[in-house]
Ligand binder design. Sequence first.
Ligand code: SF4
Ligand code: SF4
Length: 99
Amino acid sequence: MKDDPLDFIRREVSKCVFCGFCEYDCPTLNIKNDRGYGPRGRVRVAKIFIEKDIFSEKSLEYIYTCVLCSACVLSCPAKVDVPGIVVAMRRFIHKKIID
Ligand code: SF4
Ligand code: SF4
């Protein structure tokens, strides 16, 4: 990630058209009957964080259950870097806890 993490998240999130193609290949989507455990849900969490500064305990769970496998990137027509978004979000969370 070369640019500012917030700019990176904003850019990647803006590429997502919420089509859901990425969900077919995500190994964590079926942890529970909840789309938050898939790539589209994680992008949505990042979008809400960027646009409204809202981040719930549930969002934390969605972000930390991603195994960073990148399967979603391969199936995404817009090549959204979901694992990159997840890593950037985790960095923010760590910073918030430490600061
Ligand atoms: S990350 Fe890609 S495949 Fe997944 S919902 Fe967004 S645009 Fe569609
Ligand atoms: S990188 Fe995360 S969101 Fe993408 S397919 Fe793997 S577990 Fe799912």
